[in-house]
Design a protein around this ligand. Structure first.
Ligand SMILES: [Zn+2]
Length: 83
């Protein structure tokens, strides 16, 4: 039986998000109580550019992987119905 743990999870995520701020430099979230973003405060512009490129490539690959997985699952469900 499913509990209502997901409601608590969503409430925690909303609360956590309200305490965070988006860094304009690296576009990651960090606590509002910090004066500087801990993700990018000590890295130079060239290294930051490399990290942003790497993250963009990784997220693009993840989107493609999810699309392929959804197509495979759809095909499996369609073929299973006709067998
Ligand atoms: Zn940052």
């Amino acid at each position: 039986m499913l509990g209502f743990g997901w409601i608590r999870y969503v409430a925690e995520m909303i609360t956590r998000r309200s305490r965070q701020k988006l860094c304009k430099r690296c576009r990651l979230l960090y606590e509002k109580s910090f004066a500087y973003c801990p993700h990018c405060v000590d890295i130079g512009d060239s290294k930051l550019k490399t990290l942003l490129k790497k993250r963009k490539r990784l997220l693009g690959g993840l989107g493609t992987g999810m699309l392929v997985a959804s197509l495979v699952i759809t095909l499996l469900l369609l073929t299973a119905k006709f067998i």
